[in-house]
Write a protein that binds this ligand. Structure first.
Ligand code: NAD
Ligand code: 13P
Length: 344
């Protein structure tokens, strides 16, 4: 069997942190991976008067989305998506979920038949009463086996080698081991579990909980309230997974980084939390806060809250998930934020 050729599809804050790890690890495991080049698809834009791809390929740094962190020189920014995945057998999908569908339109029929993929995207695809995790969406659209990676992984901390853990929900154990080799470092521990859906859903749903935690911070209710939101949120996550995805594993919630650990880190330190706090304090809409506070990075939690609301409404199950529902109504329908804890 030939060596795996890696391509990173996405180059935002997390995409860049992951490209840094992968660039180093293909060299460390050059028996498994082609270490000469790790193409990273970059949605082209100008930054400080230069093309972002030129900045990355010259300075070996994504100055817009992950400043002050250097890539190894084998990480190469490519502005054309189809060109970036040419010949690749290990595809890493790591873009904000709102752009996935358009990328898949371009990639259909263009990827290697023996390729495998992994989704690092946090969110869900909803159409009325249907719901899908993105690993399944990628697998179905491209016809390639697709695993999922999610965990307590604030990108800026992972990128500077602060100790963290993550979870790979694998399709086959062999693929799980390959993804572990691509991402694991002494500072970034990759655990494996046979639970693609559980890992994916935890990563999506915890973003709704993080928005709720940010509302609590905006209201200045303190630590007991935040802890209560985390507990109730984790329970709603678990009920949701078990109600709608029968095969999810119990361990994913309490024993894996993808579950409780990601709820905690996101409720303490994530972008969703930060913008939700500002939503309460500054009384501005989320799109304005995203623009003002995130320098092009994208919020996920409020969109996932809307997707989950649409799905639960179509299934007539809104009443079973009061925290998720409150986050939706506060974010999108003008419900006063003080109502967050009412009836929980
Ligand atoms: P990001 O939030 O930094 O978003 C910016 C990216 O979006 C840039 O690469 C930009 O080029 C791209 N973009 C903007 N407009 C676009 C368009 N029209 N078409 C295509 N791309 C466009 O992205 P991120 O932090 O890398 O997040 C990617 C995924 O990883 C998300 O699902 C997120 O939830 C997840 N994640 C993020 C973190 C984190 O700490 N940042 C950690 C774990 C998981
Ligand atoms: P935010 O998108 O809220 O920053 O969360 C990042 C994350 O997923 C941490 O695991």
């Amino acid at each position: 069997m030939g060596k795996e050729k890696v391509a990173i599809i996405g180059s935002g804050n997390w995409g860049s942190a992951i490209a840094k790890l992968a660039g180093g690890n293909v060299k460390k495991h050059s028996d498994v991976f082609d270490d000469s080049k790790v193409p990273m698809w970059v949605f082209e834009e100008d930054y400080e008067g230069r093309k972002l791809t030129e900045i990355i390929n010259t300075d070996h740094e994504n100055k817009k989305y992950l400043p002050d962190v250097k890539f190894s020189e084998n990480v190469v920014a490519v502005p054309d998506l189809v060109e970036a995945v040419k010949g690749a057998t290990a595809l890493v999908f790591v873009m904000p979920h709102q752009f996935l569908s358009k990328c898949l339109d371009q990639l259909e029929g263009k990827v290697e038949k023996n390729a495998k993929a992994i989704s690092l995207i946090k969110g869900v695809g909803v159409e009325g009463s249907d719901i899908h995790v993105f690993a399944d969406v990628i697998q179905d659209r491209l016809g390639i086996s697709t695993s999922a990676l999610s965990g307590a992984n604030i990108a800026n901390e992972v990128a500077i080698d602060r100790f963290s853990e993550t979870t790979v929900g694998y399709r086959t154990e062999e693929e799980g081991q390959m993804w572990q080799k691509l991402f694991q470092t002494p500072h970034f521990k990759v655990q494996l579990i046979d639970d693609v859906a559980g890992v994916s859903l935890c990563g999506a749903l915890k973003n709704i909980v993080a928005v709720a935690a940010g509302f609590i911070d905006g209201l200045e209710y303190g630590n007991n309230s935040k802890a209560a939101i985390m507990r109730i949120g984790l329970l709603e996550m678990k009920h949701f997974c078990q109600e709608f995805f029968k095969d999810v594993k119990e361990e994913s919630f309490l024993q894996e980084s993808a579950g409780v650990a990601d709820v905690i880190t996101s409720c303490l330190g994530g972008r969703n939390r930060k913008c939700a706090e500002a939503f309460v304090k500054q009384k501005k809409p989320f799109d304005e806060l995203e623009r003002d506070m995130l320098n092009g990075q994208k919020l996920q939690g409020i969109h996932t809250a809307k997707d989950v609301h649409i799905f639960l409404k179509a299934r007539d199950r809104l009443g079973a998930y009061p925290l998720f529902d409150k986050v939706y109504h506060i974010s999108w329908e003008g419900l006063p934020v003080e109502k967050l804890t009412e009836g929980l």
